[in-house]
Structures are given as structure tokens and as C-alpha cells.
Design a protein around this ligand. Structure first.
Ligand code: SF4
Ligand code: SF4
Length: 342
């Protein structure tokens, strides 16, 4: 194969991938998982359920083998979870025994260590210096939480901590929303830093680390859930537009403003709770071309909707586009009813 042909094939593969909604949704989920590690568990569950449902439908309709791969994957996750659970449980017990709290500082070697802890709005990062088994300095490297806590509660805690030279559990702050989480995150960040200077501090094995980082990450906090909701809305709007741009003939469906004029003049009006043809236009936005093709048999092709629609949309237009999209997707294997393609 020549290099130009290889290049063309690669471009074609990339284009086909981006043109597939499943791949795009996977890329969105991957982007979010990289930005918000604490969202990984939710995303993994959503992704697994979505793929599982789709492949189960394929299995019921076409006896597709994909469902067996899915079952195999679930078995892997369950076995992985059990293995990780055993390892995490024993490591956690060991970490509690060896944690550098109070007199535990005697086990920490001299040096400068960086640690992280989950605060109210995200990860807090600190740098801790240890000399002669005493904490001698603490620098805050990353701090996403309330400035008022950074100006008041944290300096108080830090001052006492440097005086004692060892880590202790901070008292609960009063009357300040989120301050407890922030102070706990700050405390956990220092503890994490000190544990790095403790020889033989128990660590998760490589399998559990990969498994936890891939599927679980950290527990999602309120900020992550809010950010996920906003990102979800942004992605959906972007996705509707992109879907209509990528599939020839469906571009106008994004402009439909649900006025219902087309439904008013259509002799069919409604099938299975879907208003015709407005429902068909909304289905193309979602990329559900199979459903559009299923319902296309009810359209008698009278063209009344085309005359009424203020943006020039019509039932036959989106039906034709749906058949075209399905034909392109299935390539030569497609053997649909050409009489319906308008
Ligand atoms: S062309 Fe089809 S969708 Fe449009 S009004 Fe006639 S029957 Fe309804
Ligand atoms: S008439 Fe046009 S804009 Fe109005 S609902 Fe139908 S397709 Fe949408």
C-alpha cells in the first residue's frame, strides 16, 4: 500500500469515526473523565449501560455477537472489582496503622513532599517540608476553595501545626459553609504528602491502581455534579448541531422551532404518539434515523407540510435524508425500499 493511499484510508477512518454518534459520545465522556477524575464512576456506569442496552437490542433483533463481548466485559469488571476490593481493604487497614498522624511523624524521613486532598470545590495541593521528624514548612500550591477559609481557618491550623511540628486532626470550624470540607481536604493533602516520606507506606498494587483510576477515581462532589450537568447541556446542544451538519439533508431540522404548522396540515398527524412530520424532524436531530424510516411508511407524500413550513422543511425531506444516512452507514449491504427514499 502506498503512503498516499494509507493516508487517505486513515483520513477516511477518522472521518467515519467522527461521523458516528457513538464514537463522538465516547470522546465527550473521555474528555470529561480527563477533566474531572471524580466523575469517572458515573461516566463508566452511563457508558456501560448505554452500550449494554444498544448491544442487547442488536442481540434481540439480529443475534449480534457484540452482546457476548459486553457480558465478557462485565465479567471482567466484576472480577476486577473483587480483586481490587480485597487489595484496597488490606492496604487501607495498613495505611491507617502507619499514617503519619501525631507520633507517626517519627517514621517520616527528612525531605520535601507534595500531597493532594479533595476540598469543597476540588483538589487542594500542598508542599510539606520535614526536618528531624518535625514539620517545618507548609506551602499551599493549589487551592480552589473559599478565600475566607484560606485567610482565616487555614493559617490558624497551620500555625498550630508548625508549633507542634506534627499533624493533628483540626477542630471543626463554625458558621462557615464548606469550611469543614476545605479544612479536611487541607488536612488530607498534608497527610498524603507525609505518607510519601514514610518508608514502606502501604500502596495499592498496579492492577487495583489502574482499576480504581479507570472506573472509580474519587467520589464525585457537588461541584463535579454541577459541572457535569452544565457540560452535558453544552455537549447536547453541540451534538444536535453537529449531527445535523454531518448528515446530508438533515441540516434544516436544527432550525425547526416546533410551531406545529406542518402537523396541522398533515393528513396523518400522529402515529404511536409521534406528531407527523414534526416528530420525524425532531428524531433526525437525535440521529434516530431507524425510527424515522420505520415511520416513513405512514407519509403519503402529499407535500402539504412543505408548503406550510416557514423554514422549508418537510416530512419527505427528512425521510429521504434518513434513508440516505442509513444507506451510507450500511454501504452496499443496504437493501432498503428505494421507493421510499423520495
Ligand atoms: S408529505 Fe407526508 S408528512 Fe408531509 S403532510 Fe403529507 S403525509 Fe404529512
Ligand atoms: S412547520 Fe417547520 S418549523 Fe414548524 S414544526 Fe413543522 S418542521 Fe418545524
Amino acid at each position: 500500500m502506498t503512503s498516499s493511499k494509507l493516508y487517505r484510508n486513515l483520513l477516511e477512518l477518522l472521518w467515519n469515526s467522527v461521523n458516528s454518534r457513538g464514537v463522538r459520545l465516547f470522546l465527550y465522556a473521555l474528555t470529561v473523565a480527563l477533566i474531572f477524575p471524580s466523575s469517572r464512576f458515573i461516566l463508566a456506569v452511563v457508558l456501560i449501560l448505554t452500550i449494554g442496552y444498544k448491544w442487547y437490542k442488536d442481540y434481540r433483533l439480529q443475534k449480534s455477537r457484540n452482546f457476548y463481548y459486553f457480558v465478557g466485559f462485565i465479567a471482567f469488571v466484576v472480577v476486577g472489582y473483587v480483586i481490587s476490593f480485597v487489595n484496597v481493604k488490606s492496604v487501607n487497614e495498613g495505611q491507617i496503622m502507619m499514617r503519619p498522624l501525631g507520633a507517626g511523624i517519627d517514621r517520616v524521613a527528612d525531605g520535601v513532599y507534595i500531597g493532594r486532598g479533595e476540598g469543597f470545590r476540588g483538589s487542594i495541593e500542598v508542599e510539606v517540608e520535614v526536618k528531624d521528624h518535625r514539620i517545618t514548612d507548609i506551602k499551599t500550591l493549589v487551592y480552589p476553595d473559599l478565600i475566607s477559609v484560606l485567610d482565616n481557618q487555614i493559617p490558624e491550623f497551620k500555625k498550630e501545626l508548625l508549633e507542634k511540628g506534627r499533624l493533628f486532626t483540626p477542630a471543626q470550624p463554625k458558621m462557615l459553609r464548606g469550611a469543614t470540607e476545605t479544612l479536611t481536604g487541607y488536612f488530607n493533602a498534608i497527610q498524603d504528602a507525609l505518607s510519601k516520606g514514610t518508608p514502606d507506606f502501604p500502596k495499592y498494587d498496579w492492577f487495583s491502581s489502574i482499576f480504581l483510576n479507570s472506573f472509580i477515581g474519587q467520589a464525585p462532589n457537588r461541584v463535579t455534579l454541577n459541572a457535569l450537568a452544565i457540560l452535558f447541556a453544552v455537549f447536547m446542544v453541540f451534538e444536535y448541531t453537529l449531527q445535523s451538519m454531518l448528515t446530508p439533508g438533515t441540516g434544516r431540522s436544527i432550525n425547526c422551532y416546533n410551531c406545529g404548522s406542518c402537523v396541522g396540515v398533515c393528513p396523518v398527524k400522529e402515529v404511536d404518539g409521534i406528531q407527523i412530520p414534526m416528530g420525524l424532524i425532531l428524531l433526525t436531530r437525535l440521529g434516530d434515523y431507524e425510527r424515522v424510516m420505520e415511520l416513513s411508511k405512514y407519509c403519503v407524500g402529499c407535500g402539504r407540510c412543505a408548503l406550510k413550513c416557514p423554514i422549508g422543511n418537510s416530512g419527505p425531506l427528512v425521510i429521504s435524508a434518513a434513508f440516505q444516512a442509513a444507506r451510507e452507514k450500511k454501504g452496499k449491504a443496504f437493501t432498503g425500499n428505494k421507493g421510499n427514499t423520495a
